[in-house]
Design a protein around this ligand. Structure first.
Ligand code: SF4
Length: 471
């Protein structure tokens, strides 16, 4: 193996797929068959990593600078706006950087997740999932996700469970090919869940907390297992590290920027334009982004460090498996040190990480055992009335990272196509709150009052947007 091949982990979601990145003029992806999470297989996003890792330069107010100077300027602006600074990371970087980030940003720390709205005793269950081998061993699996679209490498585990005799129930907006039974989200009360069931849902900054509470209550009441999948490479690491920290939700952050109490936002390995409206970001005096690949948001300062695959450090996947990134540099950590006015030493942070995770060594072939204490009864609010027609955003790796994808269509049912007299090869008009857009469509086994989109189309108001549709 030459020096320019990195054994690394895909940053597309928290599944933790291993791969090689080869720097050979252009970037290339190679399969890593020895990876215990994915045995070398990758989804479309994993294969798109050369596009994801588009280079970025450090800048201050649009002017190119050295990384160190950009970090110094960021430090100046952050200390000049004390009391109105927020620190945001969706957990898309090493556990060691996330620990340094916590020390830097404890005055206003945001991972986007809405833990405040969940009972404290559910924290660990939501934060860390169960081993993938337990998914393969389950007798009955209840999916509250679209595995093909959102967490593609889990499909192999589900098929393996099915081959061993598991029944798969999908609670989704359309029929999923691998399911033995398809139940509509509105019919969730008809589900037969027992202690032999395993519920698979997901948890992310745009999760509907009532939905999260409702699946937790379903599992609790039946004595079933539950596991949550997550979208960012180290979401689990971030949640495990920050379990005693005060975290703000994404909604709270957006509100605080809108009302002017937060004027400076520092984002670590997170492009805020993917999740925060442009008009909100434009109210900031300083948007500072420290990142390892091209950023879409209009940042006042960009601190461009190494891409994730070159970093030294660890990631924790959905199962709680701790995986080493194959890189050797710590530029990101050094930049955080300049901003904090402290020296963050990698080895010290790494030891703290191991202590917090309860491990003595990083071994990707071992999944540590995590305590998931039982949680009390959960009151889930009654379901709000469903909109007549809704656009459902199916959050997938391309959507989370604003990476262009070729699925530029919405899915709708054949009944809807007939009712609207849509023409083959034509478009559909979708209106919401005075905004209108024309989209190509594709017929799928979707509910009649639902449009599914795996790509942002510009009129969304969260995961479920009431819309009017016409020809
Ligand atoms: S499933 Fe997730 S981690 Fe695996 S290749 Fe796809 S995006 Fe990357």
């Amino acid at each position: 193996m030459t020096d320019n091949v990195y054994s690394t982990i895909c940053p597309g979601c928290n599944f933790g797929c291993g791969l090689y990145i080869r720097e050979n003029g252009a970037l290339e992806v190679d399969f890593r068959k020895s990876s215990p999470t994915n045995a070398g297989k990758l989804c479309r996003f994993g294969m798109s990593l050369p596009r994801f890792y588009k280079p970025v330069k450090s800048t201050v107010d649009g002017k190119e600078m050295a990384l160190e100077d950009a970090a110094k300027e960021a430090a100046k602006r952050i200390s000049g706006s004390k009391g109105s600074v927020a620190f945001l990371s969706f957990g898309n970087t090493t556990t060691e950087e996330l620990l340094a980030f916590q020390k830097l940003g404890e005055s206003y720390l945001c991972t986007g997740a809405n833990f405040e709205a969940l009972p404290k005793d559910t924290y660990q269950t939501v934060s860390v999932g169960i081993p993938y081998s337990d998914i393969e061993a389950a007798k009955h699996i209840v999916l509250f996700i679209d595995p093909y679209e959102q967490y593609p490498l889990i499909v192999r585990r589900l098929l393996s469970a099915k081959n061993k005799g598991a029944k798969i129930t999908a609670v989704w907006w359309k029929d999923l090919p691998l399911a033995n039974e398809n139940v509509r989200p509105a019919d969730v009360s008809k589900l037969q869940i027992t202690k032999d069931s395993l519920i698979i849902a997901d948890f992310h900054p745009l999760s509907d907390v009532e939905q999260v509470k409702s699946v937790l209550a379903l599992a609790k009441n039946a004595g079933a297992k539950i596991t949550f999948l997550k979208p960012f490479a180290n979401s689990t690491g971030a949640y495990l590290l920050y379990k005693d920290a005060k975290q703000k939700s994404l909604a709270q952050l957006v509100e605080d920027i809108n009302k002017g109490t937060i004027k400076t936002l520092f984002c670590l390995e997170s492009d805020p334009s993917a999740l925060i409206p442009t008009e909100t970001l434009s109210k900031l005096t300083n948007l500072i982004v420290q990142i390892g690949q091209a950023v879409m948001a209009k940042a006042n300062i960009v601190i461009a460090h190494e891409p994730l695959y070159k970093k030294k450090g660890t990631l924790v996947n959905n199962e709680g498996r701790v995986q080493a990134l194959g890189g050797a540099t710590t530029n990101g950590l050094e930049a955080l040190g300049i901003i904090a006015g402290a020296k963050f030493e990698f080895n010290t942070l790494h030891e703290s990480v191991k202590k917090t995770l309860g491990i003595t060594a990083v071994d990707e072939f071992m999944t540590p055992k995590y305590e998931r204490p039982t949680y009390g009864a959960i009151q889930a609010a009654s379901k709000p009335a469903e909109a007549k027609t809704a656009l459902v955003s199916v959050y997938n790796p391309f959507m989370w990272f604003n990476l262009t994808d070729d699925n530029d269509f919405v899915e709708l049912s054949l009944n809807t196509v007939r009712a609207l007299k849509l023409l083959k090869g034509g478009t559909l008009k979708v209106k919401s709150n005075g905004n209108a857009i024309e989209k190509k469509f594709k017929v799928a086994p979707v509910l009649d009052n639902v449009l599914l989109t795996g790509k942002k189309i510009g009129i969304e108001k969260g995961a479920l947007t009431p819309v009017e549709i016409s020809r």
